[in-house]
Design a protein around this ligand. Structure first.
Ligand SMILES: [Zn+2]
Length: 299
């Protein structure tokens, strides 16, 4: 059992710490290999995907969570979106005029911010922003939890890009349980520090090579670990020809027909999955007559 494309949650009862472990393979590759991304961007998207999965586990309702980086550095924009059922999609934009990108996270996302958006299917959207002023994405996410939730949190993110077009990512999260965070007893912090130290002994080879059970046993065999059933993680894009058609309704019909006359068709490309939706003049007439909407109702 490879346990890839799965998110595992567990409790370290004695330490009052909750944990998560995620490893991505197929779901990640559909994101990082959907475009000729430089290796630095592949690494960034891989780390963001693992982190977003672990953040998804905090959703207590149906909806979406988005992890977005905006910066003045070579990577202007990178985003991973996930839904409550652990489907992922993502994209990055960078300065393609550069012949080589810097290697470090700090240089890639200079003067950057991390925007975490939680969008419930019903209810109000929540957005949290933290400055990306730590040396790694993992530390920035720890910072987010410390600032927004006042919860001591440890995040580890690992990537394996050694095999071309076979990116893998992994993440581990340890977090003090909320009820215990209010406890000022110093011994609680000691317990947390102890499990963090144990987790830091995990090598990349072990993270990518061992089964999840073996990893948890290797790290926490002296602890009482309660493991929950895993969630499977997959790639999914929410785009459709209908959604593209809906967007075209906002454009003047004459303008659309002129594009068709010049280019033969209107081509709409999804930035996440690169699906192409084509519309001809018959489609444009239907869109502006509202007939595409009727088609959707039939589905
Ligand atoms: Zn798409």
């Amino acid at each position: 059992m490879s346990h890839y494309d799965e998110l595992h949650r567990y409790l370290l009862n004695a330490a009052n710490v909750r944990g998560e472990l995620v490893r991505l393979e197929d779901s990640l590759q559909k994101i990082v290999h959907s475009y000729e991304y430089p290796v630095q961007i592949q690494r960034l998207l891989s780390e963001m995907a693992a982190a977003t999965c672990m953040l998804t586990a905090i959703l207590k309702f149906k909806g979406e969570i988005g992890l977005q980086i905006q910066s003045k550095g070579p990577v202007s924009y990178a985003v991973i979106n996930a839904s409550h059922d652990y489907t992922l999609r993502g994209v990055a934009r960078w300065d393609e005029s550069l012949t080589a990108l810097p290697e470090t996270f700090a240089e890639l996302i200079a003067n950057g911010v991390l925007v975490i958006t939680i969008t419930p299917d019903e209810g109000e959207r929540y957005q949290g922003v933290v400055a990306l002023d730590k040396p790694t994405l993992a530390e920035c996410i720890e910072d987010y939890f410390t600032q927004s939730e006042q919860l001591a949190t440890k995040v580890m993110l690992m990537t394996d890009l050694s095999v071309p077009y076979a990116a893998r990512a992994a993440g581990m999260l340890l977090q003090v349980l909320p009820s215990q965070a209010q406890n000022t007893d110093v011994s609680q912090d000691t317990e947390f520090e102890h499990v963090v130290k144990l987790s830091e002994t995990l090598t990349e080879e072990e993270m990518f090579g061992l089964s999840v059970n073996d990893i948890l046993y290797r790290l926490f065999h002296q602890e009482e670990v309660e493991v929950y059933p895993p969630h499977s993680v997959s790639f999914a894009c929410t785009c459709s020809k209908q959604r593209s058609a809906d967007a075209l309704r906002n454009v003047e019909k004459t303008e659309l027909l002129q594009i068709i006359e010049e280019d033969g068709a209107i081509k709409m490309n999804c930035q996440y999955c690169h699906a192409e939706y084509r519309f001809d003049s018959v489609d444009v007439e239907a869109i502006h007559a509202g007939q595409f909407v009727e088609t959707r109702k039939d589905q």
